[in-house]
Design a binder for this molecule. Structure first.
Ligand code: PSU
Ligand code: MN
Length: 304
């Protein structure tokens, strides 16, 4: 990797060099996943949640063609309030860097840049997955988790996706999926998808132990740690399902395709749940950032 294209925030660099806990945060959720002004508030909140656990946040994005590992407050503001931010997954890096554009990284984009910097843990809301319906749309997040060594802390995959097919995909490609304090895969807005997982860990220490064994065995890919959304804000499976079904039908009618599908569905689901989905989204993002920080503390401790 050529550092000509990449810039590490000094605080992030010194934390990584010193073996201190660092948690990477994605930026697509800021630019495309949440509405204004909650997007900027949440981006700031996530950074302070990570700090409150004694870890260093590294929000990742591409600013004017430079891949930034760690964003300052001005940069967060630009991402949150600019209209022309490109959504960046693996395939988009060369184009966005080459044309000097500004891009927000998805889970896959974030994993790539974070791993360049030696960061091992990232937090997000939900990962992309296998979409429902006829079109075989599979998120670039999945192959990235299979190939890049990174712990991804999330609330499972969004229930706008085919969760069963997503879990199958992860199994085929050898990605361990851990339920954090739960036996079932969380469904992002709802605490359970009804799909059971083989692995459960109840504490940050036990997640860190699993990670230690995973890497110790020479496994090259990532690990998915799935945390249910906080009880208070979570929605029931049926409540969210009807909103999703409506959103899905609308997306087909409106001819939405490719990378525009996820942001479109999120926006429609918010509308159809009267904003309740937004509250869960923000609550779980914060919760996941907190748990990722605790895990990254454990990983940092165990390697010193
Ligand atoms: N979860 C959210 N909001 C989001 C996303 C996830 O609550 O905006 C983003 C993440 O960045 C994830 C991406 O990596 O959606 C997946 O997009 P796609 O399905 O196009 O791969
Ligand atoms: Mn897609």
């Amino acid at each position: 990797m050529n550092y000509k294209f990449v810039e590490l925030l000094p605080e992030v660099k010194s934390a990584v060099d010193a073996g201190k806990p660092v948690v990477a945060l994605e930026s697509t959720v800021i630019a495309h996943g949440l509405p204004r002004p909650q997007n900027l508030d949440t981006a700031r909140r996530l950074q302070s949640v990570v700090r409150s656990q004694g870890a260093i946040p590294a929000t990742i994005a591409i600013m004017d063609g430079k891949v930034k590992i760690g964003l300052d407050d001005d940069e967060l503001e630009i991402l949150a309030n600019t209209d022309q931010v490109v959504k960046v997954s693996r395939r988009d890096f060369s184009n966005v860097v080459g044309r000097g554009l500004t891009g927000a990284t998805t889970v896959s984009g974030t994993m790539i840049a974070a791993s360049w910097a030696g960061i091992r843990v990232m937090a997000t809301g939900g990962i992309g997955g296998v979409h429902r319906g006829e079109d075989p749309d599979v998120s670039a997040d999945l192959p990235e988790i299979a190939r890049t060594s990174m712990m991804v802390v999330c609330s499972g995959a969004k229930s706008i996706l085919d969760l069963s097919a997503t879990l199958e995909w992860l199994e085929t490609h050898g990605v361990p999926v851990v339920g954090y304090g739960v036996d079932d895969l969380p469904a992002f807005y709802a605490r359970s998808s009804g799909l059971s997982l083989e692995v459960r860990a109840d504490t940050p220490t036990s997640v860190a132990e699993l990670w230690d064994i995973h890497t110790g065995l020479g496994m090259t890919g990532g690990m998915l740690v799935t945390v249910p959304p906080p009880e208070k804000e979570s929605l029931s499976g049926t409540e969210i399902q009807s909103a999703i079904d409506r959103a899905q039908a609308q997306a087909v009618t409106d001819g939405i395709r490719g990378k525009y599908v996820t942001p479109y569905l999120l926006e429609k689901v918010k509308e159809f749940t009267g904003g309740a989905s937004l509250l869960v989204n923000i609550a779980l993002l914060e919760n996941n950032a907190r748990i990722a920080s605790m895990i990254s503390n454990e990983i940092a401790n165990s390697s010193t």
